[in-house]
Write a protein that binds this ligand. Sequence first.
Ligand code: 3EB
Length: 328
Amino acid sequence: MVQGCENVRPALRRAPRVSYRWADPEQILQEAGTLAVFGFGTGAPHSDDPRWLGVDLESFDAPTPLEVWKVDGPVSHGRLGDLQWSSGDGWLFAAITLDEAVHGGPCATAVSAYAQLCDFVVTRRERHVQRIWNYLGDINQGEGDGERYKQFCDGRAEGMGNAFAEGFPAATAIGHHATAMRLQVYLLACDEPGERVENPRQVSAWRYPRQYGRTPPSFARAMALPAQDALAISGTAAVVGHASAHQDDLLAQLDETLVNLETLLASAGMPSGFDTQSPLKAYVRHPTDAPAVHDFLQRRLPGVPVLLLHGDVCRSELLVEIDGWRYA
Ligand code: 3EB
């Protein structure tokens, strides 16, 4: 039966397609539907296009691919203060890169980054933030509540205010090794809300006990995008309950991480396993571990596109973290 007009809702937005490609960024930026293009490390090319972001993480893969986000239909873009953004087909990419030397440390810089991003997003039709990435330098430097990651968490919570009162987006927070102390935050938002997904094996991050800092990390374990055609998976590591598992054991941490990823898929009602369409990133703390991580993932996730990056997990005992996408 055809319903009355008052019940007709716009079609849910098809998820952006995320892929890794070895190509010239200018060529990709000229293609129809390019929402964002990411390069990795100091060797990445440069572009002034607001859809281009050079991420401060080095890749272990040579040659290093670009990450490309595609939507259906025309894309517009611009800059606003420190922000760069693009939008198309109901999707919004927004990014900010701030120098800590200007803003005064990880907390104040996070306050500014989140305040600017949240102030911008509320002015947009695409105001439902689905997924956020955070990259900051020396993430594990400092002790106890003074650790730079914990200062970042304090500032992030303050900067976002009550923008995510209804629930946090999925997220990643990773430490980089670039010489400039830059905080990079970028996000994907939509004009339709997604659905947050938690991992029953893990305490939700925003309920972590006090030992992990004054301000619990504000993120959901995953986000099912509006049309339920893709799952955006947050940074996932060997955390069971709220505790880090398998200290100093890389392969056991990887095993545990895969169990957490599978549990997230099940929790989202998705079939198990990853495939050639579902790109992942693995953040590896010690460059000497990169070959072992590569071999493990080749063996356990054959054919899955994985970008191997040098990045520090926000808990110093964790050696590896994986995030990415799973398409339905
Ligand atoms: C964890 O499970 C690992 O602070 O945004 C993973 C994903 C982690 C996102 C964040 C932190 C964040 O607690 C750490």
